[in-house]
Design a protein around this ligand. Structure first.
Ligand code: FE2
Length: 208
């Protein structure tokens, strides 16, 4: 077996499936001191019907993503690792150092004979390569042999504490790093309480 193409830098965030997203958000916000970076209402996520709340403890867009699954609903949309409605681990995310490293990792995982649950995407409503979702991270997904969801990603958005918006310099530096003009797009607007981050994504960005 060939060695991994680079070292994974760290475990950076975890996705958790929850049955009551309001209770979960209140716990992470009020008890643990996390802050909401973005939030999707049910139906606004192009990858499935579930609501999601992205919460951070430091300055990166999310350290925990809360994914709402109803106890009653069998989810039947892709990716398959998100199918089961039980609470618990949705996915754990490992960070690598660059777009090049991520592409090498995707090829490496495929070469292991593992099927990707989601091919590499950029989770952004604004980036020219973006899939319309939030976080800015370039990521792909697969399952470990036990069925746990694994994400490998790079470039999680850095957030501004004052504006609760993706940092402008980080956003433009990343565009240039990936071969785009720094002025090709603006960071997505800050989330507003009570509003789904993707409620008007089609109108705002003309995509997905
Ligand atoms: Fe993730």
């Amino acid at each position: 077996m060939s060695p991994p193409p680079s070292r994974i830098q760290r475990v950076q965030h975890v996705g958790l499936k929850v049955h009551d997203i309001e209770v979960a958000i209140a716990f992470y916000r009020d008890v643990l001191g996390f802050r909401v970076s973005d939030r999707y209402n049910p139906g606004d996520n192009p990858y499935g019907p579930h609501a999601i709340c992205f919460m951070r403890c430091g300055n990166l867009h999310h350290a925990v993503s809360l994914v709402h699954f109803s106890k009653e609903t069998e989810i039947s949309s892709r990716p398959e690792m998100m199918l089961s409605p039980e609470v618990g681990l949705h996915h754990v995310a490992f960070e690598v150092g660059s777009k090049k490293e991520l592409e090498d990792w995707a090829n490496y995982i495929r070469a292991q004979g593992l099927e990707l649950a989601m091919e590499p995407v950029v989770h952004s409503p604004a980036n020219p390569e973006g899939d319309g979702t939030m976080g800015e991270n370039r990521a792909f997904y697969f399952k470990d042999p036990s069925g746990n969801g694994i994400e490998i990603f790079c470039d999680m958005a850095e957030m501004d504490e004052d504006t609760n918006r993706v940092n402008d310099k980080w956003f433009r530096d990343r565009l240039e790093r990936d071969g785009h003009a720094g002025e090709a797009a603006d960071p997505p607007p800050a989330w507003k309480p009570g509003v789904s981050s993707m409620a008007d994504a089609k109108e705002r960005f003309g995509k997905k």
